[in-house]
Design a protein around this ligand. Structure first.
Ligand SMILES: [Zn+2]
Length: 425
């Protein structure tokens, strides 16, 4: 199997599918459609049923049930085709390091770069495995083409394993996860699943069912612009200065991504633009709990009011938007999707462990919309940068765990899975 999974992975990473947050189209970049179309053709060739690309580019397919048992829930496996805007995904040249020896890995296209087990200790777990890296100038794209290759290989396995009893299995490849638009147009009725899994995680055995809850804030400061020569006389108010003042007043020591960890939330200015006339500051607000998130909204609003009071001639507006919510709020009511994933991994000989994500996944929004969707490992490491790597054998065990998961849902799933109609609590 290794070469099939590996050759798929190598084929996918060579297509530039970098997402673009400034784009207004959906998917945000045409390269994603190239890969999605390729996946559609491959699903047809593998003998999957109901293969379809929706008008927004989602590619879906079915592996029909092999069980006659009534009431077995339909489960879905998802992976995203886009790569992060943070690092180039153009002309990715994947390099396979067979039977990795545990030493520092060098990159032919950037001699200054080194992948070192002392700073990437997970590498030591990969000794003896076949590792794939990029060549030094791009990311690899294992986030999430490792997941795409795993799901595709899962389809192949399930289509061939006629004796394996499972319910209806759906697969779905999505665009634009990295820019937070991954499930904007995903029709849950069309997907038709009662539980789902994204294959977009790290180390072997990892199960993520807790994510941040997230809001964004945008502060717009309107100043008063004049010629500098008569600034004092005409009352210039420099919006750029006020933006700086706002940033300086943030509780950075206890509330920034670079000063927090574990289950602590943060306020993070992601973009500042400004001149005399107008300045804008964009923030992301994160916390695991809703009251913690609310207190971060209050901090920003309070600072804006203070700034306004100190400079009445300026006009300061703060707009807060909801982004996504911690999937645990819903999963705690029905842990079976998580529990069955744990059992499937254990049955595959792995040690399952929970990983709390200081971020969100497409599953955060899907779970809130009524489709419980934890995230499972597929071997990605050092995502979004040139040191990204994945071990082929880790992707293979992810496939095996998913096969087992399909089998377990047939055995134990029952159709009790809540919120089929999207009535989340
Ligand atoms: Zn991802």
């Amino acid at each position: 199997m290794s070469d099939t999974l590996l050759s798929r992975f190598l084929r996918y990473v060579q297509i530039d599918t970098q997402a673009d947050e400034t784009s207004k189209s959906y998917p945000s970049t045409p390269g994603q459609l190239v890969l999605l179309e390729m996946l559609k053709q491959e699903l047809i060739a593998l003998g999957a049923a109901d293969v379809k690309m929706t008008k927004h580019g989602y590619v879906m397919a079915s592996i029909p049930a092999t069980t006659r048992k009534p009431g077995v829930p339909t489960i879905a496996f998802l992976a995203h085709v886009d790569t992060a805007p943070d690092c180039s995904g153009k002309n990715v040249k994947p390099i396979v390091h067979r039977a990795y020896d545990g030493k520092v890995i060098r990159f032919p296209d950037n001699p200054r770069l080194a992948l070192d087990p002392t700073t990437s200790p997970e590498l030591l777990e990969a000794r003896g495995k076949d590792i794939v890296t990029a060549s030094g100038t791009t990311l690899l794209g294992s986030d999430d083409k490792a997941g795409v290759a795993v799901v595709m290989t899962l389809v192949e396995k399930l289509v061939r394993a006629k004796n394996l009893k499972h319910g209806l299995v759906r697969v779905c490849f999505t665009p634009d996860e990295e820019i937070g638009r991954g499930v904007d147009h995903l029709d849950l009725k069309e997907l038709g699943a009662q539980a789902a899994y994204t294959l977009d995680g790290g180390s072997v055995g990892e199960i993520c069912w807790e994510t941040f809850s997230a809001d964004s804030a945008e502060v717009t400061i309107d100043g008063v612009t004049t010629h500098p020569m008569e600034a004092r006389a005409k009352g210039m108010v420099n919006a750029a200065y006020l933006a700086g003042k706002l940033l300086a007043s943030l509780p950075r020591e206890r509330c920034a991504p670079e000063t927090t960890g574990g289950r602590e939330g943060f306020i993070h200015p992601t973009r500042v633009e400004g001149k005399v006339e107008r300045a804008t500051v964009k923030f992301i607000l994160r916390d695991f709990e809703l009251d913690g998130l609310a207190s971060k909204r209050r901090i920003i609003e309070c600072l804006c009011r203070g700034l306004q009071a100190a400079e009445p001639r300026a006009r300061i507006r703060c707009r807060i938007r909801k982004q996504y919510r911690n999937m645990a709020y819903w999963l705690r009511d029905d842990m079976r999707p998580v529990q069955l994933a744990r059992e499937a991994m254990a049955a595959t000989g792995l040690k399952p462990f929970d990983h709390v994500i200081r971020g969100g996944t497409d599953g955060s929004r899907l779970t809130e919309k009524g489709l419980p969707t934890p995230n499972l490992f597929c071997g990605e490491h050092n995502a979004h940068g040139p040191l990204e790597w994945v071990a082929v054998q880790d992707m293979e065990v992810a496939v095996a765990a998913c096969v087992e998961l399909a089998r377990l849902w047939e055995q134990k799933g029952k159709s009790k899975v809540a919120r089929e109609k999207g009535t989340s609590s």
